[in-house]
Design a protein around this ligand. Structure first.
Ligand SMILES: O=C(O)c1cc(=O)[nH]c(=O)n1[C@@H]1O[C@H](COP(=O)(O)O)[C@@H](O)[C@H]1O
Length: 228
């Protein structure tokens, strides 16, 4: 199975559907995040689902347990294959989110965003390195009964050792020929190539701008697929 999920971080619904149609032979699924969902909601998800690939609903839910469980129930009808919540919401929030999710929906917890490094964490009062914080939140997510976590390629090998049957989503990926933060991706700090992340144990490779902002998105997707 192709592990690439294309992040459709585009403001226009027609452009998102057109891009998904173009590259669908070279990716395994489609990720719809906050930009898309805030603009197009359930209707937009239904339209993209017509492309025929599994949908990853990246809503990064983070609130009190009752509110997050309610949100999970409200998205049942969209039948997502994967949904994200924030591990920092705590164990009870994660347990309630998982309990409210549909049977066929994997619930994965974002640990430390790939746009953050140790100094960013320190500015929020977290004294540990990004690596240690990912491991701590991974253990919490596993205890809460989630399916897996989101982390950068730099932590996934370690995470894999601690959680053998976990499901590991890895964003912040840049093909070798791109500069680490190229293609408008200067917000990513903990980056890796798709191949290295897969070799380290990633279950899902989330890739957005290296495909969506490429001059030829089909060629870019095909090239990345060819490296795996
Ligand atoms: O949950 C995510 O998917 C996510 C977590 C994270 O730590 N970092 C991260 O970049 N993402 C998402 O992964 C995608 C990365 O996009 P590109 O940087 O354009 O490849 C975006 O849709 C982000 O919202």
């Amino acid at each position: 199975m192709n592990p690439i999920y294309l992040a459709l971080d585009l403001p226009r619904l027609d452009a998102a559907v057109a891009l998904a149609q173009k590259v669908k032979g070279h990716v395994g699924g489609l990720k719809l995040g906050l930009e898309f969902f805030c603009a197009h909601g359930h209707h937009g998800v239904h339209e993209v689902a017509k492309v025929g690939l599994p949908i990853f609903l990246d809503l990064k839910l983070h609130d009190i347990p009752n509110t997050v469980a309610g949100a999970m129930q409200s998205i049942h009808v969209l039948e997502p294959a994967i949904v994200t919540i924030h591990a920092a919401g705590g164990r009870a929030m994660m347990e309630d989110a998982k309990a409210a999710a549909g049977e066929n929906c994997k619930v994965v917890a974002v640990t430390v965003l790939t746009s953050l490094d140790g100094s960013d964490l320190s500015a929020t009062g977290i004294g540990s390195s990004a690596h240690d914080q990912v491991l701590r939140l991974t253990d919490l997510a596993a205890e809460a009964g989630l399916d897996g976590i989101v982390c950068s390629g730099h932590e996934v090998a370690q995470v894999h050792k601690r959680w053998k049957n976990g499901y590991f989503v890895v964003p912040g990926l840049r093909p070798a020929e791109a500069s680490p933060n190229g293609i408008g991706g200067g917000d990513q700090k903990r980056t890796m190539t798709p191949r290295a992340a897969r070799d380290a144990g990633a279950s899902v490779l989330v890739i957005g701008r290296p495909i969506s902002r490429a001059e030829d998105p089909v060629a870019a997707a095909r090239a990345i697929e060819g490296t795996l």
